[in-house]
Design a protein around this ligand. Structure first.
Ligand code: MG
Ligand code: ZN
Length: 214
């Protein structure tokens, strides 16, 4: 039988993702895969989350965003144990990269692990990492048509964070239209509207995150 190369690569990725999940479960760590387009505010959301939850949960961060270690440094400053992955220009994270990072993290000392995927709305959702939940961070300046343009990303997530809601008065963005697009693709998915800049809406997001571990 001739299995296409892409399928083979994806299935070996899935095997490694299962191993990653087993490592996390054995250590009692809940893992989140955070995806978004560049500039949606993944790192800011991670920073805010660390600042607000750092006293209650022991947090780890794996930074996969391209090129620099700036995001890992920001996460470390905010109080997390952070590892930067060098994706070598790759446009998404893969399970083997997470496994290498997991081996460097003190998993037994962590409760929650947030993985910041590469900023890209096309392929990250196709690659399982072994984390427990997929989160998509959208933002008001990106426009209200994103669920219609990138259905694959919106289908594959357990929660959508709509960031930068403080910009709603200044940017044409139909919230109803945006949410309808999400609802068609992913009925009942958790949606959080918040602003990392002003802090509005953060409470519901943090409560949901804390509840995941129970
Ligand atoms: Mg970032
Ligand atoms: Zn990719």
């Amino acid at each position: 039988m001739n299995i296409p190369v892409v399928e083979k690569i994806l299935s070996s990725n899935d095997t490694l993702a299962d191993e990653n999940r087993a490592m996390l479960d054995a250590a009692g760590v809940f893992g989140i895969n955070m995806m978004a387009s560049p500039g949606a505010g993944k790192t800011s959301l991670i920073e805010m989350t660390l600042q607000r939850l750092g006293g209650e949960l022991r947090l780890g961060v794996i930074e996969g965003d391209l090129a620099t270690s700036l995001d890992a440094e920001r996460a470390q400053r905010a109080g997390a144990t952070a590892i930067q992955i060098n994706t070598g220009g790759n446009c998404h994270l893969e399970a083997y990269m997470i496994r290498d990072a997991l081996r460097q993290l003190p998993l037994s000392e962590l409760d929650l692990l947030i993985v910041e995927n590469v900023g890209n709305l096309v392929c990250p959702a196709n690659w399982k990492l072994g984390t427990h939940k997929n989160i998509l961070v959208a933002s008001i300046p990106e426009g209200d048509d994103k669920p219609y343009k990138y259905p694959g990303m919106y289908r594959g997530v357990e929660a959508v964070v709509i960031n930068k809601v403080d910009l709603l008065p200044y940017v044409p963005f139909r919230m109803d239209y945006f949410k309808q697009g999400i609802e068609v693709l992913n009925p009942g998915v958790e949606i959080f509207s918040l602003s990392c800049r002003t802090g509005e809406g953060m409470e519901a997001w943090l409560t949901w995150l804390k509840g995941l571990r129970q």
